[in-house]
Design a protein. Structure first.
Length: 276
């Protein structure tokens, strides 16, 4: 684990084209926050929004593979897509940019955390993942909710205040050269106000113990059962040096990720076993 202080913001990156999207929908407050952040990173003419027409939380890396989707230009450089977050990245690249890939994909700012196991369900992550698969530097940003920020006038205060610095530091950092799946970054802002953010930590993805997604049954007046998906306890105690744990301790977490789901420990074990 590496602890990093919030550093001074780098200069404006003139001519850097940014594609922003989310999974909470085109009118979500977190997308407005992300737009403000993007406008501090590059020129206004180089910020393009392509976001779902309605909320698409929890859809992961889903794409509209078997059905068409409608895209509408709401205003200059701002598009609404009747599809999923990963669809929006594809629409941005191949429709809005006409195949000329942007320099950066930003996804968020999500309403709620995408730490630990939430990563595997998140449409916010799915958009950043698609950006990485397309060979574009991509960052997912999410705002943890908790008692300290839930009732603030702006629950996204921490991400709005520190987002530019965090993204700038990621863009300025160098990562080891690697082949295969490209890197993307998962950033989670802690459930605090902006002034109480303790700093930044580079950490691994965590796993909340005994915290599972489930369904809750509600019976309609007609007697039919309707199932609603429920998330697990978002404030469960986690092992140290993991994303959700440092978020609960007041730190911004940054986790480098790839699409490769291979379990290399098991793969190496199986190869050794079958080589005998």
């Amino acid at each position: 684990m590496i602890i990093v202080a919030l550093s001074k913001i780098s200069t404006l990156r003139v001519n850097m084209r940014i594609l922003i999207t989310n999974d909470d929908g085109i009118n979500a407050p977190g997308l407005k926050i992300l737009t403000k952040i993007a406008l501090q990173l590059t020129d206004e003419v180089n910020v393009f929004t392509v976001a779902p027409s309605s909320e698409r939380s929890g859809v992961g890396h889903c794409i509209s593979y078997t059905s068409p989707m409608m895209i509408s230009e709401i205003e200059q450089n701002r598009f609404s897509v009747d599809g999923y977050p990963a669809d929006c990245v594809l629409a941005g690249i191949y429709h809005v940019f006409d195949g000329q890939k942007p320099d950066l994909v930003l996804s968020g700012v999500n309403r709620g955390n995408n730490s630990a196991e939430n990563v595997l369900y998140s449409g916010t992550i799915g958009a950043a993942l698609e950006g990485a698969l397309q060979g574009i530097k991509s960052i997912a940003l999410s705002q943890y909710y908790g008692p300290q920020n839930l009732n603030l006038e702006n629950p996204f205060e921490a991400s709005e205040m520190h987002g530019v610095q965090v993204i700038s530091d990621i863009l300025d950092s160098k990562s080891p050269a690697s082949e295969g799946y490209k890197l993307f970054y998962n950033v989670n802002f802690p459930p605090t106000n902006a002034q109480d953010v303790c700093g930044v930590r580079y950490v691994k993805q965590g796993l909340r113990p005994n915290s599972f997604f489930s369904t809750k049954t509600h019976k309609s007046p007609s007697g039919r059962d309707f199932l609603f998906v429920e998330g697990g306890n978002q404030h469960a105690d986690l092992p140290k040096d993991t994303d959700a744990k440092v978020n609960m301790d007041g730190y911004i977490s940054i986790t480098p990720m790839k699409a490769d789901l291979t379990d290399y420990d098991t793969l190496n074990f199986l190869n050794k076993t079958h080589d005998r």
